[in-house]
Design a protein around this ligand. Structure first.
Ligand code: PNS
Length: 166
């Protein structure tokens, strides 16, 4: 069984994340989207909301499941018997950070290898942080997230940026 974890904060999941998933979905028997539960990061959405968005966005893939995790990513991989970590790379700055994390993860748990997937050029500028920033200033993010996430952003942040810092 070739099993991978696609980890992230996913606050919220974007079309950029889904683009990465689309590229690897055929490579593995099973992919677990691992949503990091880390309240210290003060995410906009709760872990349950982020898991729900990810489930809704990936429901078309029979071999993709979604679960939350806390603690070390390698411990989650070990518990799920996953040999691969999938990470999207949008630019050289991403690669620099991701390389270090991949090497650290592999030194902590040599049975796991990280697969870097270059973002599609049309989506390489999309990030959850920018999406939230744009939404908080009343901009439209419809092109970058699913309808469900878009509606949730409008509800949480407000169409004209009310409670944007919350
Ligand atoms: O989407 P993000 O926020 O870039 O994802 C980062 C994530 C969740 C992959 C990373 O923060 C992580 O793996 N956190 C779990 C704790 C951990 O294992 N830290 C050591 C990484 S070398």
């Amino acid at each position: 069984m070739r099993r991978a974890v696609y980890p992230g904060t996913f606050d919220p999941i974007t079309n950029g994340h889904l683009d990465i998933l689309r590229h690897v979905v055929g490579l593995f028997d099973e992919i677990i989207v691992g949503v990091l539960h880390n309240p210290a990061k003060h995410p906009l959405f709760t872990v349950d909301e982020r898991v729900e968005f990810a489930r809704e966005a990936t429901q078309g893939y029979a071999n993709v499941s979604v679960a939350s995790f806390s603690g070390l990513l390698v411990d989650f991989c070990r518990a799920r018997d996953a040999s691969y970590i999938v990470r999207g790379v949008r630019n050289p700055a991403d690669l620099q950070v991701e390389m270090q994390m991949a090497q650290m993860n592999e030194s902590l748990y040599p049975e796991v290898h990280t697969l870097f997937v270059p973002a599609s050029p049309a989506l390489s500028f999309v990030s959850s942080s920018l999406v939230k920033d744009i939404a908080s200033h009343g901009g439209s993010v419809r092109a970058f997230v699913s309808d469900v996430v878009n509606d949730a952003l409008v509800r949480r942040i407000g169409q004209n940026g009310a409670n944007a810092e919350g």
